[in-house]
Ligand binder design. Sequence first.
Ligand code: HEC
Length: 156
Amino acid sequence: MTRWIWISLAALAIAASVALGWQQIALSPRGKWIETNDAAVLGQGRTLYDRYCASCHGANLEGQPDWMKRLPSGRMPAPPHDATGHTWHHPSDVLFGIVKDGVEKYAPAGYESDMPAFGGTLSDPEIRAVLAYIRSTWPADVQRRHEERERAARGR
Ligand code: HEC
């Protein structure tokens, strides 16, 4: 009788750890994944974009004129966030890091940029909402290519 109790307890423990393990696998790589269909989040992202990003990146995500040419200051202009730019080339955690901590985080030491770090202004969910809004404006094939890069960055 006691033997059966021990066997069921062991089975339960195994089931629980498998379930927890799966949950971690399901959660961790998607932690900063910016995709959502949630209209409320996308609406919030749009409002935040208009308020904090549009002045440089353009009301229609078109970026600054001649965005590939250095400014007289030696710094780069703000690139577009639409399909013509390279925002979609970066996986979510890199985009998240750029907005939160600034471009310098990913650039060689001493790199100077006009892109502000928003870590002191926007919360993590707000940063994800802005990026989700930007992503939601991309055509389906660009979203698909972004997802491929996302998977490659996640290692699967
Ligand atoms: C004061 C102007 C300014 C504002 C405001 C601004 N940016 Fe930028 N952003 C830039 C510039 C300039 C760059 C290019 C940086 C570089 O290469 O040095 C950039 C680059 C970026 C990049 C990298 C794009 C790429 O293709 O590599 C992302 C992502 C980005 N900005 C997101 C945002 C978001 C989201 C907001 C609003 C929350 C925002 N930016 C607000 C100026 C700005």
